[in-house]
Ligand binder design. Structure first.
Ligand code: COA
Length: 177
């Protein structure tokens, strides 16, 4: 049975909201990816998005995100990016996010992340949020530091950042982000 659609989340920026990314967004999502192939894949992340076809997009959005939250970042109704909250090991979560290149440099990704992570803490009881940042992705690292994340582990290709809120229960192991 399909899960309940997660609530729209306002951000502190006027006109910028998060709304679930659904199969109805397939055309707009494909068009956004098609304009941003190089922007998304230049550091080696988002390779599948960089190679996206319409069929890949339809299939991706037809998948029920299950316990994960899959949001479109929307400015005055236009889809401008994506952000996910990944239920790795609740109350510990992972995240991934991106903006269309035309919308970078204006605090929009920071505001989108802030809104989603606040919701994760407030409504889902998240204690930790993890993000893996490929070495050289300075803008993403700056965004996370702005929100209070700290680097906690270094790997060959990426650094793991963590935001801690509240008390964490004993760890079962997070190796996915
Ligand atoms: C990572 C990514 C989302 C960061 O985008 P970004 O535009 O740097 O982040 P924001 O939208 O929060 O904007 C921050 C910029 O706006 C400026 N800004 C303006 N008003 C701001 C405000 N109210 N709040 C915060 N920043 C503001 C900041 O100073 C910063 O500018 P600077 O980079 O010149 O210092 C973007 O580069 C991207 O989509 N990259 C490709 C995909 C990717 O790497 N995703 C992350 C994987 S871990």
């Amino acid at each position: 049975m399909p899960r309940r659609r997660p609530p729209d989340l306002p951000t502190r920026l006027p006109g910028l909201i998060l709304r679930a990314l659904t199969p109805e967004d397939a055309d707009a999502y494909y068009a956004l990816l098609d304009r941003n192939r190089r922007h998304l894949s230049r550091l080696g992340d988002y390779q599948e998005e960089g190679d996206a076809t319409r069929a890949w997009v339809r299939n991706e959005l037809d998948q029920d995100p299950g316990p994960h939250l899959r949001y479109g970042i929307r400015l005055d109704g236009e889809l401008i990016g994506r952000i996910d909250l990944i239920a790795v090991d609740p109350p510990r979560y992972g995240t991934g996010y991106w903006l269309g290149q035309d919308h970078t440099g204006a605090g929009r990704a920071t505001a989108a992340c802030e809104a989603l992570f606040d919701y994760a803490v407030r409504a889902l009881g998240a204690t930790d949020i993890f993000a893996g940042v490929t070495h050289g992705n300075d803008r993403s690292a700056a965004l996370l530091r702005r929100l209070g994340f700290e680097p906690v582990a270094d790997f060959a290709h990426y650094t793991r950042f963590r935001l801690t809120r509240g008390q964490s229960p004993p760890r079962r192991g997070i190796e996915t982000v």
